[in-house]
Ligand binder design. Structure first.
Ligand code: HEM
Ligand SMILES: *[C@@H]1O[C@H](CO)[C@@H](O)[C@H](O)[C@H]1NC(C)=O
Ligand SMILES: *[C@@H]1O[C@H](CO)[C@@H](O)[C@H](O)[C@H]1NC(C)=O
Length: 493
């Protein structure tokens, strides 16, 4: 048994013991959260809260949430709410130590995500401790707007990104070759994390060797620790290891920053990467940004950018290989592109990538069905009235985007991988939001799509993919196969 498993078993044991004691000794405890959070709001607000239940003191509904999440059906938590309280699309609950509402209707989700007046970022405190309070998630609205403009410009839109096509292509081609050279199977999830990490660091620092493999592991720890079941800083717990990993990463980025300052002073002609934009940027008062903020912003981009991208890429690969006829159609589209191309041309062009119509449907369908990321977190700045329901000031809002991505009334047979459902289909407003909406819409969406398109091209044209344990179960919230998708990649004859 690994120490991770032991830790989990220990955590479960403690929780089970706690839960047992509750039920046994204090049957009324279940009511405490209701009194604590709800009754004291006063009758008027209280009666207009969304339906739901506030769970147990301290732990709220975390046990049933995590139990659902670690089961094969992570949607059972929300389905259960729908079943018990009807299709209101909004339910009250208590998660990650906060009174919360969970929202799963596209209309409400869109309203919340695009309303900066009444909602702000509201990620769990475990995540905030690991990403840093002074970060993209912690700064003021106006500072966020300004920094986003600065940082998103070089990566927003395929046009801006077309400068990076060659570099992404190099990373994809050499990774594929390396995998195929391996006589033993590879851990596909881990390998994809390396790819997406290399791409991001290249964009950020101008060099792809900003990382070592141990760094990727540290990022993985921070990412997993951000949604810890028990975020306590005690040795043996995931959260403790994640905090340690954060320290290592912060030190690594700091020394890179120092080096960069020193080097750039030397050479005015050096090519500017995103890290230099941050070093030159001024805040609202005309001051240079503090190192702490720069480091947390870089850390945030690296964290937000590579894990999700790798997870979605893995599912894209798996779905295609589970559906040979769809894989064949995507492959034919890629062959067409090569056929049409003048013989003097080497490598993909932006124009060719734009012509990958069917491939792009398969990518959209992967975003929809993989359910990554599972939620977006907000917090009510004031008491908010929404469709007749009240969200009290300070309550967290979990926008459960995978909820409506898999709603059978919006997407018939929602669990079926069906790229053709995108034929002549423009999703209704809010029904497809893999990158969120509003002022915090993911700035890396086009980059991720570009990576997938380039990868698919070289992968399907030249290689064969075979999972070693095709039945390996899926692990949430990481949402990847528990065996890390061990696979063999071989060159086609
Ligand atoms: C498949 C890939 C990806 C998915 C599904 C995804 C999804 C998302 C979503 C849903 C949000 C909104 C969070 C919120 O509203 O609070 C977000 C934010 C963000 N993403 Fe991505 N993302 C992906 C790739 C990337 C990449 C490649 C980058 C890096 C360039 C990136 C950087 C960010 C950043 C920095 C934010 C925070 C934006 C802000 O708070 O203003 N993401 N992402
Ligand atoms: C893969 O193997 C070939 C032939 O043995 C070699 O030329 C090539 O450099 C190797 N590629 C990588 C990325 O390891
Ligand atoms: C994929 O989804 C986006 C919305 O994010 C949409 O604009 C685009 O048309 C879709 N692509 C295809 C090929 O349907």
């Amino acid at each position: 048994m690994t120490s991770k498993n032991m830790e989990f078993n220990l955590v479960w044991l403690i929780l089970a013991a706690m839960a047992g004691a509750y039920v046994f000794l204090f049957g009324f405890l279940k009511q405490i959260n209701e009194w604590h959070y709800v009754i004291r709001l006063g009758r008027k607000k209280h009666s207009s809260l969304p339906p739901g239940d506030m769970g147990w003191p301290f732990i709220g509904n975390m046990i049933s949430f995590f139990r659902a999440f670690r089961s094969r059906d992570p949607d059972s938590f929300i389905n259960n709410l729908v079943h018990r309280y009807g299709r209101t699309g909004i339910y009250k609950t208590s998660l990650f130590g906060n009174p919360s509402v969970i929202v799963c209707s596209p209309e409400l989700s869109r309203k919340i995500l695009t309303d900066d007046e009444r909602f702000e970022a509201g990620y769990p405190s475990s995540l905030m401790k690991l990403f840093g309070r002074k970060s993209f998630l912690g700064i003021t609205k106006s500072e966020h707007r300004r920094l986003r403009k600065l940082l998103a410009a070089p990566i927003n839109g395929h046009e801006a990104l077309s400068m990076y096509i060659r570099c992404i292509e190099d990373i994809m081609i050499s990774s594929l070759e390396e995998w195929a050279n391996n006589t033993s199977p590879i851990e596909y999830v881990t390998e994809w994390k390396k790819i997406s990490f290399r791409v991001i660091t290249k964009l950020f620092t101008g060099s792809a060797d900003f990382m070592s493999e141990s760094m990727i592991e540290q990022y993985g720890l921070v990412f997993r620790g951000a949604f810890s079941l028990l975020p306590v800083d005690v040795p043996g717990f995931l959260f403790h290891r994640a905090l340690k990993a954060r320290k290592i990463l912060v030190n690594g980025i700091q020394s890179h920053l120092d080096e960069r300052r020193y080097r750039n002073g030397d050479d005015p002609n050096i090519e500017k990467a995103m890290i230099d934009l941050l070093l030159e940027a001024k805040d609202n008062d005309g001051e240079k940004l503090e190192d702490e903020l720069i480091i947390n912003i870089l850390l945030g981009f690296l964290l937000a950018g590579h894990e999700t991208t790798a997870q979605v890429a893995v599912w894209l690969t798996i779905y295609l290989h589970d559906h040979p006829e769809i894989l064949q159609a995507v492959k034919e589209e890629q062959e067409e592109i090569v056929k049409r191309r003048p013989s003097s041309q080497k490598g993909l062009t932006l124009n060719e990538i734009r012509q990958m119509e069917y491939t792009s449907k398969a990518i959209n369908e992967t975003f929809r069905i993989s359910g990554i990321p599972w939620a977006i977190f907000r917090k009510a700045k004031n008491d908010v009235k929404l469709d007749g329901f009240t969200i009290p000031k300070g309550w967290k809002v979990m926008v459960w985007i995978r909820g409506f991505h898999k709603d059978s009334e919006i997407y018939p047979n929602p669990n079926e991988f069906l790229p053709s459902r995108w034929d002549n289909h423009t999703p209704k407003s809010g029904c497809f939001m893999p990158f969120g909406a509003g002022s915090r819409t993911c700035p890396g969406g086009d980059l991720a799509k570009l990576e997938f398109s380039i990868f698919i091209h070289y992968f399907l044209l030249n290689y064969r993919f075979e999972r070693i344990n095709p039945k390996s179960p899926v692990k949430f919230p990481a949402a990847t196969p528990t065996d890390n998708c061990v696979a063999r990649i071989s060159k086609l004859p």
